[in-house]
Design a protein around this ligand. Structure first.
Ligand code: FAD
Length: 504
């Protein structure tokens, strides 16, 4: 007999976990079943060592504030990403206050977010970026630093052995965060489980078939017993990370036509020397090399995982045709369909720069990787670092004209009738997952969303309001979320103090 459920969530990553927790709060009477092919939650991209754990809010990532041809800095994208991160902070604070999440330091910790450049032109850009962002409410407290002494005081590991005859500059913001998205996912799923959700690990979704009544037949295989079963669901969310594109293609919805995926793998250097780890307390993001894609921006990240500080550097790009770290070599080939072949070919022609970049990264030896690290840590010694394989990204390829375009963000794809939706892409990803899941809910449950709005406003007081246009409300939610998430302890990491320019 076919089981029936209201909601099927495919994949046990941060996206399904977030959507499951939101729906459980808003519609407690709905039955929810989750299927995950691996034996644990958050074992793909949401695992803490498979991503950088940066609470992306555009405080330090320079790709969100590009320089215009006239030399000015475009901050529109930076404000938008920060707005979305504030939504996540509010939902997590609500979840802590209402007992969905336990001790916040298990998943979120305060850490300065820093942009770092060298060279006179880059330092000039960073000053302009500071001048554009610091007056913005969401970026209050940002500092501009170009004094070698101040640089050395704040970033001792990065200063030893540095040749300061070349100008350096930093944008420094104390109010950044490190996030263990794995721990967050596990806690949200634990809540879903204890509130009646049916979580099946070691269960792979093989196929999806639309029924005449609008519901879906979801074919699932138990990977331990090899038995298959079908579940009938009114709504399906494909939160399968890199596995989302093939499943959405199997669903046959017209909205996925023209989409393709370009897999990019990566490696991080993880520090194995506790003495070095203790000498660095910041997430420091550099500038991508000319022609390199945004996800290639090198960064030196303090991590806090299971209460232990860590340090990682990267990413170094790699390439495999797999769509998941635990995927198959045939993934890319199988995703090529008559409806997306021109999108893929178009990108093949226009993205020669990306191909060149990937080839150069693939040819980089371990010594070459240490050379790249030495731009951040001049006295880097390869013996203090181990190479680990990061999560797999599947960049979105979308139809454009007769060809296609490669995107570096995330995209929600939903059927017109709202019975199925999925998330493609990787960045800024987990940090802005709450906004992405609200988008899924609004598109798939437009009537219920109106009824849910009062409760949603309880969870996210700024819902529907631009905080950058409402500084008073921003300060209110900032104070609340900082306090609830334990982000005010120790150093003053609130953004209330005025921006400071420390000149050399
Ligand atoms: C190198 C790297 C660095 C990153 N850094 C950051 C960062 O600093 N900050 C940030 O916010 N984001 C970052 N991201 C992005 C972030 O990791 C992702 O956006 C996020 O983890 C995606 O979550 P998800 O739930 O969509 O997918 P995942 O966490 O990948 O989960 C998908 C799950 O679906 C399962 N699945 C797949 N197919 C099936 C199937 N057929 N049946 C059942 N289960 C299936 C998989 O096994 C997996 O467990 C980074 C990503 C990468 C790769």
């Amino acid at each position: 007999m076919t089981e029936k459920t209201d909601v099927v969530l495919i994949g046990a990553g941060i996206m399904s976990a977030t959507l499951g927790a939101l729906l459980r709060q808003l519609q407690p009477d709905w039955s929810i079943s989750l299927f995950e092919r691996l034996d644990a939650a958050a074992a793909e991209s949401s695992d803490p060592w498979n991503n950088a754990g940066t609470g992306h809010s555009a405080l330090c990532e320079l790709n969100y504030s590009p320089q215009n041809a006239d030399g000015s800095v475009d901050i529109i994208k930076a404000i938008d990403i920060n707005e979305r991160f504030q939504v996540s902070r509010q939902f997590w604070s609500y979840a802590v206050e209402s007992g969905i999440l336990a001790e916040p330091s298990t998943f979120i910790n305060p850490i300065p977010h820093v942009s770092f450049v060298h060279g006179a032109d880059n330092a000039d850009y960073l000053r302009k970026r500071y001048e554009a962002l610091a007056p913005q409410p969401l970026f209050e407290g940002m500092e501009f630093i170009d004094s070698p002494d101040e640089f050395s005081r704040r970033l001792p590991l990065m200063s030893r052995g540095r040749d300061f005859s070349e100008p350096i500059a930093l944008n420094w913001t104390d109010g950044g965060t490190d996030i263990d998205f794995g721990a967050l996912t596990q806690e949200l799923l634990a809540y879903l489980g204890r509130s009646g959700g049916d979580l099946a690990f070691g269960h792979e979704v093989l196929d999806l078939r639309k029924q005449s009544d609008g519901s879906w037949l979801v074919k699932v295989r138990n990977l331990r017993t090899r038995e298959t079963r079908t579940v009938n669901s009114k709504f399906v969310f494909v939160g399968a990370g890199g596995g989302a594109l093939p499943l959405l293609q199997k669903s046959g919805i017209k909205e996925i036509d023209g989409f393709g995926g370009f897999p990019v793998s990566g490696q991080f250097f993880r520090c194995t020397n506790p003495a070095l780890i203790q000498q660095h307390e910041a997430k420091v993001y550099g500038k991508a090399a000319v022609g390199a894609p945004p996800m290639s921006v090198p960064h030196l990240d303090t991590r806090v995982i299971k209460g232990q500080p860590g340090l990682l550097f990267g990413p170094y790009a790699g390439w495999t045709p797999k769509f998941l770290k635990d995927g198959k070599l045939t993934d890319l080939f199988k995703s090529v369909k008559p409806n997306n072949i021109f999108s893929l070919l178009g990108v093949g022609v226009t993205e020669l720069g990306l191909t060149k970049y990937l080839v150069s990264e693939l040819l980089k030896s371990e010594a070459g990787k240490v050379d790249t690290l030495s731009e951040f840590i001049p006295r880097a010694d390869g013996r203090d670092w181990e190479l680990i394989t990061a999560g797999q990204r599947v960049q979105v390829i979308r139809r454009k004209g007769v060809g296609g375009v490669l995107e570096f963000g995330t995209a929600v794809v939903a059927a017109e009738d709202g019975t199925i939706a999925g998330l493609l892409g990787a960045s800024p990803g987990a940090s802005t997952g709450v906004t992405a899941m609200l988008d899924v809910m609004q598109r798939c449950f437009p009537h219920e969303y109106v009824e849910w709005t009062p409760k949603l406003k309880e969870m996210i007081p700024s819902l529907g309001v631009k905080l950058s246009d409402n500084p008073a409300l921003f300060h209110e939610v900032w104070d609340w979320t900082s306090k609830t998430l334990g982000l005010v302890a120790g150093t003053d990491n609130t953004p209330k103090h005025a921006g400071v320019a420390v000149d050399g």
